[in-house]
Design a protein around this ligand. Structure first.
Ligand code: SPD
Length: 425
């Protein structure tokens, strides 16, 4: 190659002025433009100027994409600076469509012409040795962060830069990253799902409160839960005879088996019937009154998990539960996605009845705001989530070495702050 990099300087004109002033849309489009061209995105930072205009940069392993917009002229100045094999014209074509640019031009130039450069002699072996030392987390010098966010709130975790798994499936982008603080993590699209270090918060709380309130769960259906943490917890209970798990994305299961074996620990358990398929269809076709417990361990209501938040799906779950049955659902956050949180409650209340819809709060450091919920629908009017055998719970907790759930947490999780009660009205 005769140059180190390639630089396309783009003039996008006659763009949609509203898009040119929408910092969130522009950041999303720029990041996607990089990905579509095969780049590895390191980070992005974008700024909206008052009263209008946006500037931002996407740092990629292959260099950067940058933008400055003038909405009042429907104009964007875009730099696509790449090195290696990446084809930045793919980014160009994508952005042209996103910005609805009716007129455009571009100049392409080589950067770092080798005719003008003289290569210095570096001691490559000592540099390689230093790179190896970076495997010690204290020595990491890369400042790369994974961020789970909406337009207004975010949670970020520094990761080492190590991407152990990155596959775009028919449903979502499945990644396993490595972080110094939380160990390996599973992300779907741009959302945290679970990490080695805090997965027990979620998986213990999705299973045990309802298991102990029900007292005799034998037949369980888990929808989603591809990392395996939920079935691992359910199968700790001796009463359980059979667990059916239906996960739509087999790639999630495979990635977790390979990289998160402490979470994907029970996939070979003979009590487990593991099905890779559509959980919504599965419940629709399930026999009536087949299950003691249905656990919906889905992602957020975007992408493949959207249908898991529909009234029709919950109605099918209701029918598939027997008369003592309990539904447990990933219930979103009252501080991050208040509407989804309240909608789940109202749906469950509509189906199971006013007094049979309950909410438990728990803390997950790697979900935005940290405050998350599980929501319960109880079919049997005589079952009370607050009636548990505390001695039995604590004996189980000790024997199993649980790290989050205990009998005190059981009651505490069901106590709701006033603003949450207000949201649920
Ligand atoms: N924002 C995250 C919502 C929770 C998704 N489920 C996590 C899967 C863990 N088994």
């Amino acid at each position: 190659m005769s140059a180190l990099g390639n630089h396309i300087l783009v003039e996008f004109m006659r763009c949609d002025p509203n898009i040119m002033n929408d910092v969130s849309a522009i950041e999303r489009d720029m990041v996607e433009a990089a990905r579509k061209a095969g780049a590895t995105v390191i980070n992005s930072t974008f700024h909206h100027f008052s009263p209008y205009g946006v500037s931002g940069v996407v740092v990629i392993e292959e260099s950067h994409l940058a933008i400055h917009t003038w909405p009042e002229y429907g104009y964007a100045a875009v730099d696509l600076f790449t090195c290696g094999e990446m084809d930045a014209w793919i980014s160009f074509d994508y952005l042209k469509e996103c910005f609805k640019s009716a007129s455009y031009s571009a100049i392409e130039m080589k950067r770092g012409s080798k005719n003008l450069l003289t290569r210095n002699d570096f001691d490559i072996s000592s540099m390689r040795q230093r790179a190896d030392e970076w495997k010690n987390p204290d020595m990491y010098t890369r400042n790369v962060w994974f961020t789970d966010k909406d337009e207004n709130q975010a949670v970020s975790l520094r990761y080492t830069g190590e991407v152990l798994h990155d596959v775009q499936t028919d449903f979502q982008r499945v990644r396993i990253l490595e972080s110094p603080k939380y160990g390996k993590l599973l992300t779907l699209d741009d959302m945290f799902m679970t990490t080695e270090n805090d997965e027990f918060h979620y998986h213990e709380m999705i299973a045990h409160p309802a298991m102990f309130a029900h007292k005799n769960v034998k037949n369980v259906l888990v929808i989603g839960g591809g990392d395996g943490g939920t079935v691992r917890e359910v199968l700790r209970h001796d009463s359980v005879e059979k667990v059916t798990m239906v996960e739509i994305d087999g790639e999630v299961i495979e990635a977790c088996k390979k990289h998160l074996p402490s979470i994907a620990a029970e996939f070979d358990n003979p009590k487990l019937d593991l099905i890779v398929g559509d959980g919504i269809e599965y419940v629709k076709n399930a026999s009536s009154e087949a299950y003691d417990m249905i656990i919906v361990d889905g992602s957020d209501p975007v992408g493949p998990a959207e249908g898991l938040f529909s009234v029709a799906f919950y109605n099918d779950c209701y029918k598939a539960l027997n008369s003592n049955g309990v539904l447990v659902s990933q219930g979103e956050s009252p501080k991050f996605n208040e509407n989804a949180f309240a909608d789940v409650h109202h749906t469950i209340k509509g189906l199971f009845g006013e007094g049979n819809a309950h909410v438990a709060l728990f803390y997950v450091p790697t979900y935005p705001t940290g405050m998350w919920s599980f929501q319960f629908g109880i079919k049997n009017d005589n079952m009370n989530l607050k009636e548990i055998d505390t001695d039995k719970v604590d004996t189980f907790v000790d024997a199993q070495g649980l790290k989050y759930y205990n009998s005190e947490i059981h009651f505490a999780a069901l106590a709701l702050p006033n603003f949450v009660k207000e949201l649920l009205k």
